[in-house]
Design a protein around this ligand. Sequence first.
Ligand SMILES: Nc1ncnc2c1ncn2[C@@H]1O[C@H](COP(=O)(O)OP(=O)(O)OP(=O)(O)O)[C@@H](O)[C@H]1O
Length: 296
Amino acid sequence: MTTRPSSSPAIEVAGLRKRYGRKQAVDGLDLSVERGEIVAILGPNGAGKTTTVEILEGFRHRDDGVVRVLGEDPQTADRDWRARIGVVLQGTNDLAEATVAELVRHFARYYPDPRDPDEVIDAVGLREKARVRARQLSGGQRRRLDVALGIVGRPELVFLDEPTTGFDPQARRSFWDLVEGLRSDGTTILLTTHYLEEAERLADRVVVVADGRVVAEGTPDDLGGRGARQAVVRWVDAGGTHEVRTDTPTRTVTELAARYDEIPELQVLRPTLEDVYLGLLQGAGAQVHELQEAVR
Ligand SMILES: Nc1ncnc2c1ncn2[C@@H]1O[C@H](COP(=O)(O)OP(=O)(O)OP(=O)(O)O)[C@@H](O)[C@H]1O
C-alpha cells in the first residue's frame, strides 16, 4: 500500500466516464474533496450520482478517468483501504433475523479501531430498538441501521447515498446532528441528496451534477455565482409591477419609502438554494439541448 501525506485530498476524480450500453451515465466528471470536508452532490434522477459514488466505493468499474480515494485507486485497493471507508449499504436483507445490537457488534469486529457499538446505536436513535430484529424495523429505522453499520468502523471517509430518504422530519434532524458529530471527529463525508435543505444544513460545498457532468459547485451560499442570491425588491403601483435586484435591499426600500407614503404591495424576496439549483438545472438543460442541436 502506498502511503500518501494526509494533506492530499480525500477524493480526487478527473475525467470520469461510465457508460451502460448506449447510456453515458457519467460523462467527464471532475471532483475533489478535501480531508474533513462535507460535500453534497445534488442532481436530478439519472444524473449519474449513484454510479459515481459506486465507482468511488470500488463497487463499479469505470470506463475512463483518474480516481483516487484516500490516495488509492478503488479498483485495485486492498482490505486495509476498505476498512478506512464507510459505506452505507441499502438494506442488509440477508441478516434480517439478527437484532440491531447483534448486527452493529458483528460489523464492529471487522475493524481494527471500531466505535463503541452502543454509542453508535444511540447516535442513530435506535436505542429503543436495540433488541429488535432488523426485519421488524420500519423503512426509516432500517436506513438508520444501515448508517450505524457504515460508521461503526470509525471510517476516515463516509459515503452517504441519499441517507435520509424515507425519514420523518424528526429522524432527519437527528440524523443531521449525527453527521455534525462525524464532522467534529474530522470525518470526510460525500453525500448525495435530493433534499436542498439537507445540503444547505450539512455541506461545506455543493456540487451540482446533470447528465453525468458537474454543472456548478460552490458553498451553499455562493452556488450559482455572485448575484444568484441577490434580493429582489418588488412593489406595485399605477405603472404596474416593479422589481429591483439588489445586494442592498434595505437601501432600496429606504429610497422607495421616501417616494411613497406607504410602498404599495412591497415584497423583499431572497432566492433559496432550491431556486438557485432549479435555475442551474434549467441552464444545464439548455446547454445540453444546444449541444444536441449543434451535433445534428
Ligand atoms: N446497472 C445499470 N444498467 C444500465 N443503466 C444504468 C444502470 N445503473 C444506472 N443506469 C442508468 O445510468 C444513469 C445514471 O444513473 P444513476 O443511478 O447513477 O443516477 P442518479 O443520479 O443516482 O439517479 P437518482 O437520483 O435517481 O438515484 C441513468 O440513466 C440510469 O438509468
